[in-house]
Design a protein around this ligand. Structure first.
Ligand SMILES: [Zn+2]
Length: 241
């Protein structure tokens, strides 16, 4: 965490927010989230860094909470147990039928891509948008994360297909209704030359005055603040820094 903070200071940021992942009731080959004990350590270390670097950078301790419709009450309880500076809402995992298997819609691992290829991708994306809307309405979130980033490593996904437009519109209205902001996630630029979400969706969000916050989704200290200098993105952000 300290390396991320130092990287943020080096890049001239005056605020940085950590968004560690939380999931509940999901089985996956690879654990990409923190347990409650790990969140204890996260807060201990985060608070130490807040004090140590208080003159250099403002450090926020947040969470990116994955949605699981079968675990809503537990998730809400876990979220309410701590004081977060930001609660990002996302949905990474889709339960497959009545099985215990989950598809990680954000993974590029060969097993996941193979599994994803057995489904009609437009149907999966449609389900993803419905789940995300439900998550926005049911969880106490403050920010919607990487909205159209699901299935990004699959060929042929068309989030802007007209069949999805209506659902995207409903999702954005829910974000507005819940007074949430939307993340402009620059990690998309390295993958598809566009942040998440796509400019068409950013325009839809701007039309109904949804505030936007820049995020680099850094999974390595060197990636903190990646592409923040892009003027194209600044025009969309409420807090250009
Ligand atoms: Zn995520």
């Amino acid at each position: 965490m300290e390396e991320y903070v130092l990287s943020g200071i080096n890049k001239g940021l005056n605020r940085i927010i950590f968004l560690e992942h939380m999931e509940e009731g999901v089985s996956s080959q690879k654990k990409t989230w923190l347990t409650d004990e790990e969140f204890d350590n996260y807060f201990t270390e985060g608070k130490r860094l807040q004090e140590k670097y208080s003159k250099d950078i403002d450090i926020g301790l947040g969470v990116e909470c994955g949605y699981n419709p079968e675990q809503v009450q537990t998730i809400i309880k876990r979220l309410k147990n701590r004081k977060w500076d930001e609660i990002g809402i996302s949905c990474h995992f889709l339960k497959i039928g009545a099985s215990d298997q989950y598809l990680n819609m954000f993974s590029r691992s060969p097993e996941n891509l193979k599994l994803a290829a057995t489904f009609d991708i437009d149907v999966v994306f449609d389900d993803y948008l419905s789940l995300l809307t439900e998550a926005v309405q049911r969880l106490p979130g403050t920010m919607l994360c990487h909205m159209d980033g699901a299935l990004r490593f699959l060929p042929g996904i068309t989030p802007l297909h007209e069949n999805h437009q209506n659902k995207i519109d409903i999702l954005l209205r829910a974000v507005k209704e819940e007074n949430m902001c939307m993340e402009i996630n620059t990690s998309g630029i390295a993958i598809r030359n566009e942040p998440f979400p796509h400019s068409t969706i950013r325009k839809m969000a701007r039309a109904i005055n949804i505030p936007m916050v820049l995020s680099s989704d850094a999974h390595h200290p060197k990636d903190v603040g990646n592409y923040f200098e892009s003027t194209d993105i600044f025009t969309d952000s409420r807090h250009p820094q």
